[in-house]
Design a protein around this ligand. Structure first.
Ligand SMILES: Nc1nc2c(ncn2[C@@H]2O[C@H](COP(=O)(O)OP(=O)(O)OP(=O)(O)O)[C@@H](O)[C@H]2O)c(=O)[nH]1
Length: 571
């Protein structure tokens, strides 16, 4: 019998068909990969795991498991912290809204007592920053006034210098000319010659990239091949340390050295450079340091970082633009666009155009628009973000990059509070000859921008600061209570709680400023009055020198309440 034949369909294909199918598959895979890339999702890396033949495999796996658990716990903790923070902020907002609604429903002018309490609150919050600075001045034996080498005169505060030189105690004032890498060499030498006639002056270049332990680990893991030597190198720290240590030896006691100055001059960076570690919070933002921080340098020396001096509102627009803290679209009491306008009006337009690679512009708004477009800082619908670009430009001018320089005054006149005797008193105990030699070595060691590439800038002169009078110079009675434990001070930053309370205080301050404007005093009128008051007080200062009564703070409130009398408090 014939077996029935099973007919199986053949799988054979023509080559043409087979290649066509393979091509389709390849195209499909490519498409899937492209789409995944667009969505930014990469294929998760396969865990290679520990090979079976590896010694101590068990121990390794256990360790990995423990690490994973620790990470999870940390993430959980961070999540909880974030939630707490949010809750806190929400409560604060709710409080504010409730207060606003209350005011609206009442619809009446605040009563006199309310206004008074607000005024008191406003002063209190301002005082918190002041008092931190005063603590530093009070506790210091040597005060380093940090100046930005690009505008040294603009960084000097006559109120501070006067308070220290007229203190009658043995506090010393030393000028530290920081950021010398951003000015031409000839200009730096001129400024050193000019400043050393008044106070001992140290030329300094901070390292702008000081790393803490975690950052170092990060860099070593990433095996960064970028040359960071320019940023990490510091010049002048040896000179400064030698000067202070020698002074320490002549005094035969341990000393505290306070660093004071206007925002962003580099106070924290100097301490970080000396410690070769990121022990203080430093960065581009103005007013990062909010409270005093003690850093131990050696057995006999401690350095105190301080919050910046608050610039008086009666200062010129240019001064406020560069020396006050930028907040909420305002720099001091002026708008950020006004501030940029003042800066641009005090330097060469051609050089600014070259530096920012911007074509000719008619006014500051146009300049900011062009710059925003160039840097892609646009809001919804392609509208240039003028406010933020203005803020960015202002922080450029006090930050770490732009090279500009101002000229020292042609004929050097001593400020009224400085006499030859006072100068000699301030210089006593320092080896000035050695300081000059060390400064020369620092100057020779650095690379500088050429005069042609550095923007020429016209300084507005010294900046009036607000310093609370009767606390500035006195016995260091609170010193013991202020000092943090040595282990803590080495690497601890400001407590977050403290920062929170400061932030709340600042918010209160802002609100109060708004209230002031509600009450109806126009800013221009106020400025006019303040300038008149400043002129009269300067006249007084010129007439009577140090011994006369002098108001340190030139604004209205200070004029009335904080009038300072050296006769009663200092002499
Ligand atoms: N190029 C250059 N940049 C510096 C130098 N010193 C400080 N900077 C930069 O200037 C900026 C401000 O430095 P900070 O140390 O935070 O200044 P600060 O005076 O402590 O600032 P506040 O916290 O506002 O008081 C940072 O971006 C630093 O990197 C320097 O010598 N050269």
């Amino acid at each position: 019998m014939k077996r029935p034949r099973l007919r199986k369909a053949s799988k054979r294909l023509s080559c043409h068909k087979r290649y066509k199918i393979q091509k389709k598959i390849r195209e499909h895979h490519r498409k899937v990969r492209r789409e995944a890339k667009k969505r930014g999702r990469k294929k998760p890396k396969k865990d290679p795991s520990v090979p079976g033949a590896a010694p101590f495999k068990e121990a390794l796996l256990r360790e990995a498991e423990q690490r994973r658990q620790r990470l999870e716990e940390l993430q959980q903790k961070q999540k909880l912290d974030r939630q707490k923070e949010l809750e806190k902020r929400r409560k604060l907002d709710a409080k504010k809204n409730a207060a606003k609604i209350e005011e609206q429903t009442e619809g009446t002018e605040p009563t006199k007592s309310e206004a008074n309490t607000k005024e008191v609150l406003h002063k209190k919050s301002k005082k918190s920053l002041h008092s931190e600075l005063e603590k530093v001045i009070e506790a210091s034996d040597v005060i380093l006034e940090v100046l930005d080498a690009r505008d040294p005169m603009g960084c000097r505060c006559p109120q501070l210098e006067q308070a220290i030189t007229c203190s009658g105690g043995d506090k010393k004032l030393v000028l530290v000319l920081n950021k010398i890498d951003l000015v031409p060499k000839e200009n730096l030498e001129k400024w050193l010659d000019c400043l050393k006639k008044e106070f001992p002056t140290v030329a300094f270049k901070s390292s702008t990239l000081t790393t803490d332990r975690t950052m170092r680990e990060h860099f070593s893991r990433k095996r960064a091949r970028i040359d960071l030597s320019r940023n990490t190198e510091c010049f002048g720290s040896e000179c400064l340390l030698k000067l202070l240590q020698e002074h320490c030896r002549t005094q035969d006691k341990a000393i505290q050295v306070g660093l004071v100055g206007f925002p962003n001059v580099g106070k924290s960076s100097i301490i970080n450079s000396i410690k070769k570690n990121r022990v203080c919070n430093a960065g581009l933002g103005r007013g990062l340091t909010k409270c005093m921080q003690v850093v131990r340098i050696d057995k006999k020396m401690k350095m105190l970082d301080s919050p910046s001096i608050v610039a008086d509102r009666a200062n010129s627009t240019l001064t406020l633009a560069l020396r006050s803290i930028i907040d909420d679209g305002r720099s001091g009491s002026i708008d950020v666009v006004e501030a940029v306008d003042a800066v641009l009006n005090h330097c060469s337009k051609q050089q600014v155009m070259m530096f920012y690679s911007i074509p000719d512009f008619r006014n500051t708004e146009e300049f900011l628009t062009l710059l925003a477009q160039k840097r892609g800082m646009l809001k919804k619908g392609g509208v240039p973000d003028i406010e933020n670009i203005a803020k960015l430009l202002l922080s450029d001018w006090t930050g770490a990059k732009i090279s500009y320089h101002s000229q020292p005054p042609g004929s050097q006149m001593l400020p009224p509070y400085l006499t030859e005797d006072k100068i000699a008193e301030m210089q006593k105990g320092f080896n000035l000859k050695k300081l000059e030699e060390e400064n020369n070595t620092t100057v020779q060691a650095l690379k500088y921008p050429s005069p042609a590439s550095s923007i020429v800038f016209q300084s507005a002169g010294m900046t009036n600061g607000k310093i609370q009078e009767n606390k500035v110079v006195g016995e260091a009675s609170q010193w013991e209570s202020l000092e943090t434990s040595e282990e803590e001070e080495e690497d601890d930053f400001m407590e977050t709680d403290e920062q929170d309370s400061m932030a709340e205080e600042e918010e209160e301050e802002e609100e109060d400023v708004k209230e002031e404007s509600k009450i109806g005093m126009t800013r221009k009128a106020e400025l006019g009055k303040q300038q008149a008051r400043q002129a009269t007080s300067e006249n007084k200062l010129a007439e009577s020198g140090c011994d006369s009564s002098l108001s340190l703070s030139l604004d209205k409130s200070a004029g009335e309440d904080d009038a300072y009398d050296f006769n009663t408090d200092y002499v």
